[in-house]
Design a protein around this ligand. Structure first.
Ligand SMILES: Nc1ncnc2c1ncn2[C@@H]1O[C@H](COP(=O)(O)OP(=O)(O)OP(=O)(O)O)[C@@H](O)[C@H]1O
Ligand SMILES: [Mg+2]
Length: 435
């Protein structure tokens, strides 16, 4: 389904070049400064991001590129640029490039004439047209197909385009804000992103730093989210105990501000005390201290592990199925299938503390399954029924997986076969980050 989200639900190495051409004095506080308060952060990097953001918003330059890891605030910053600019009263249109097939994306952006293609029964103006004098936020620009990139660069040159199937040139005045979590330079070197488009977009770029590089902002962000969820959840939480705050500051935050937000929300949902304690805060003690994918003493249901990793992956990428699939080493259909299988809704409930934390760079689901299977078999001294009991599956399912992962049927190695290697040396054929 096409998703052109008008005024949707959600809302920084900084390019020094811009500082040279735009005025340095930020001026007295204004209404725009109050809007800017939505971008929480006092760290030096954030101060320069905010200052740049303000100047970009008031400049006539119409194209901005936002880069940064997932959850660092690209959506929020795009909306903020719009809200403090003189375009604020005109539409802000957010479109996720990876969410639509190429042809549909082209007609969503540029519109189409009647009869331009089979389903084009009526003429339809595109998002650039309906957003005239406003802002179009092209999210995940790194996923845009090359032919459409070519059409976009032509549009960026003079803001003139033709609808699909149309002959007439249409001129609009829109600011394009593009965002990506990808390394576009690398995409260019791999011929997956047009060089001319990259340079066109990169004139004004704002890089949003990961939270781990501005850890001193954690207390500020915690206060912000506590206040927000007090309002939203009707709670009266006064704050976070020092020990809990210390834990929050020691963690690496692979999901960045979004992950911190979810952690505070979850803690507030589950706690009835006016102060959030260390035990309320559901994060690993320290990512690197925690054994990953070690079978708990009583075993674990394989299904629970799969479901939890899918929930965490979807949470980390804000429900984006393709990116969740990348994190888990499966394809998008397999993610969809599992969403249905586990009846996961789009608005994911905050997960209860999972058995295993999804590593920063994701992990292949099959690697996790294999690792747990091997541990269960070893613990059960290769008794398949007992191993099945440890994993919440039946013996046939154990046998099927032993075949799938080419595991030996017994611990006793057979001479001159691959079984002669100790089991602990068996590795999946794919490389992964499992500790
Ligand atoms: N500096 C910030 N101050 C307050 N809230 C923030 C900040 N940065 C991010 N957030 C909040 O964190 C959540 C995730 O931010 P956002 O959606 O903007 O991230 P993103 O960079 O677009 O992530 P993705 O690449 O996954 O789309 C949102 O709820 C947003 O409001
Ligand atoms: Mg985003």
């Amino acid at each position: 389904m096409p998703q052109s989200i008008l005024e949707g639900d959600s809302p920084s190495r900084t390019a020094s070049a811009i500082a040279n051409v735009l005025p340095i004095d930020d001026g007295p506080p204004s209404a725009g400064d109050r809007v800017l308060d939505a971008v929480v952060g006092d760290a030096f990097v954030m101060q320069s991001v905010k200052s740049l953001l303000k100047r970009v918003a008031s400049s006539r330059a119409s194209t901005v590129l936002l880069t940064g890891e997932t959850g660092t605030g690209k959506d929020l910053v795009a909306r903020t640029i719009h809200n403090i600019s003189d375009r604020a009263k005109r539409p802000f249109t957010h479109i996720t490039c990876s969410a639509l097939p190429d042809q549909l994306l082209e007609s969503e952006l540029f519109g189409h004439e009647r009869g331009a293609f089979t389903d084009a029964r009526v003429q339809k103006p595109g998002l650039f047209e309906v957003s005239d004098k406003g802002t179009v936020f092209l999210d995940e620009i790194g996923e845009m197909a090359l032919p459409l990139q070519a059409k976009l660069i032509r549009f960026l040159e003079d803001k003139t385009f033709k609808r699909v199937g149309g002959l007439r040139d249409i001129h609009v005045d829109v600011r394009i804000i593009a965002a990506t979590h990808r390394d576009l330079r690398r995409q260019v070197s791999e011929d997956r992103f047009r060089e001319d488009l990259f340079y066109r977009l990169n004139v004004l770029s704002i890089h949003l730093p990961p939270l781990r590089e501005r850890i001193d902002d954690v207390p500020l962000l915690v206060d912000y989210f506590v206040n927000r969820y007090n309002d939203e959840l009707g709670k009266a939480v006064r704050g976070v105990r020092p020990a809990a705050l210390e834990r929050l500051k020691r963690y690496g935050w692979p999901g960045n501000v979004r992950e911190l937000r979810n952690t505070i929300e979850r803690a507030m949902l589950l706690s009835d005390s006016p102060w959030l304690e260390s035990a309320d805060v559901s994060i690993p003690v320290h990512p690197s201290n925690r054994p990953r994918f070690e079978l708990p003493p009583d075993g674990v249901k394989l299904q629970d592990v799969e479901r939890e990793l899918i929930v965490q992956a979807l949470e980390r990428v804000q429900g984006h199925q393709m990116r969740a699939a990348e994190l888990l080493g499966i394809n998008r259909d397999q993610v969809r299938y599992r969403i249905q299988k586990y009846r996961l809704s789009c608005a994911l409930p905050p997960s209860t503390r999972p058995h295993f934390e999804l590593p920063v760079n994701g992990v292949r689901l099959d690697v996790v399954e294999r690792k747990l299977l091997v541990q269960a078999l070893e613990r059960a001294k290769w008794n398949q029924s007992r191993a099945a009991g440890l994993l919440g599956i039946n013996r046939d399912q154990v046998r099927y997986r032993m075949q799938k992962y080419r595991l030996p049927w017994s611990r006793k190695p057979r001479a001159a076969s691959h079984h002669t290697r100790p089991l602990s040396q068996y590795r999946s054929r794919t490389r992964c980050a499992v500790a």
